[in-house]
Ligand binder design. Structure first.
Ligand SMILES: [Zn+2]
Length: 275
C-alpha cells in the first residue's frame, strides 16, 4: 500500500544525505555509540536527518551551529529512541534553543508555612511542558562519552516523561511493562539515594545527587546514566537499570561489556557530575 508518510520520509532522506566523512566525524565524537551494529547506526543516521528536518534548532548569539554540530545533537537525541518505533516520541516539542552558556532560570517554591521563595538557578538545560527544549551548548559538547553525563538525553528524557502529562518520572510504558514494577524500582532507589543524602549531604553518591531532587529528575538522570554509564547505574540500582532496559529496549551495559572484553583498555571509567 502506498503511504504518504513513507514517501515523504524517503524524499527527505534523499535530499539531505550525510556525507560519509561527516558521519565518521560525528561517530568519532560520540563514544556512546561504539559497538552499535551497522544496521543500528544506519537507523540512527536516517532518524537524525528526519529529526533535523522536523525540529527547529535555534542558536543564540555565541553558538556556532554548523552541520557537524546539528548532527551531534540529533544523533544523541535519537539514541534513546533507537528501538522505539510505535509512537512519535518527540511529538511534544518543535524547537530546540541553544544557549551559549549556562543560564539562569527563575525558580519559585512555597514552603510549608506558605512563604514564597524565589531565586535564580543556574541551569544547563530545561524542558518545558508545552514548549521548547533549552540546552546550553557547552553541555552538549561535553556529552557523548561514557561519563555519566549527557545533557541531550537528560532533557529529552523529560520530554518522554511529559508525554502522558506532567513530568513525574513515569513516561508512557509499553504494554509488556507494569506501572507497579516501574514505580517500585524507581521509588526504592530514589528513597535510598535521598536517605543517603539526608544522612550526609556531601555523600559521594553512586550517581549524580541531582537525581534525588524529585522523581522527574531521577528518571532524567538515570536515563543519562543508562546510556552513558550503564555499569555505574546497574551496580547501584539494578532494578532501575532493568526497568529502563525494558523501556528503551536497549542494553547499553551489554554493549559496553562487549567493548571492554574486546579491548581491555576500553573506556577508563571516570565519573563526572552535572546538573
Ligand atoms: Zn532535569
Amino acid at each position: 500500500m502506498w503511504s504518504f508518510k513513507a514517501w515523504r520520509r524517503r524524499r527527505i532522506l534523499q535530499r539531505h544525505q550525510i556525507q560519509p566523512a561527516q558521519w565518521q566525524a560525528v561517530l568519532a565524537r560520540l563514544p556512546i555509540l561504539d559497538g552499535l551494529s551497522e544496521q543500528e547506526l544506519q537507523r540512527l543516521r536516517e532518524r537524525a536527518v528526519l529529526f533535523l528536518h522536523d525540529k527547529r534548532l535555534t542558536a543564540l548569539p555565541g553558538v556556532t551551529l554548523g552541520e557537524h554540530e546539528r548532527l551531534l545533537l540529533a544523533v544523541q537525541a535519537q539514541l534513546p529512541l533507537l528501538n522505539l518505533e510505535d509512537l512519535d516520541w518527540y511529538q511534544g516539542f518543535h524547537e530546540i534553543v541553544l544557549y551559549p552558556d549556562d543560564f539562569l532560570s527563575p525558580q519559585r517554591y512555597r514552603d510549608a508555612s506558605g512563604v514564597e521563595h524565589e531565586w535564580d538557578d543556574a541551569r544547563s538545560g530545561e524542558a518545558w511542558q508545552q514548549g521548547p527544549v533549552i540546552l546550553a551548548w557547552p553541555g552538549v559538547e561535553s556529552s557523548g562519552g561514557w561519563a555519566g553525563y549527557n545533557l541531550v538525553i537528560h532533557e529529552l528524557a523529560h520530554k518522554l516523561d511529559m508525554l502522558n502529562g506532567g513530568a513525574n518520572g513515569l513516561p508512557p510504558l509499553h504494554r509488556d511493562m507494569r506501572v507497579q514494577d516501574w514505580a517500585s524500582a524507581m521509588q526504592s532507589a530514589y528513597d535510598a539515594l535521598n536517605k543517603e543524602l539526608d544522612a550526609n549531604p556531601e555523600a559521594e553518591t553512586a550517581i549524580d545527587p541531582y537525581a534525588a531532587e524529585d522523581p522527574a529528575e531521577f528518571f532524567a538522570v538515570t536515563s543519562e546514566y543508562f546510556f552513558s554509564a550503564p555499569d555505574l547505574l546497574e551496580a547501584a540500582f539494578s532494578e532501575v537499570y532493568r526497568q529502563l532496559m525494558r523501556f528503551y529496549r536497549q542494553d547499553p551495559l551489554q554493549r559496553l561489556r562487549r567493548l571492554q572484553a574486546e579491548h581491555p583498555d576500553y573506556r577508563p571509567v571516570e565519573n563526572t557530575t552535572n546538573d
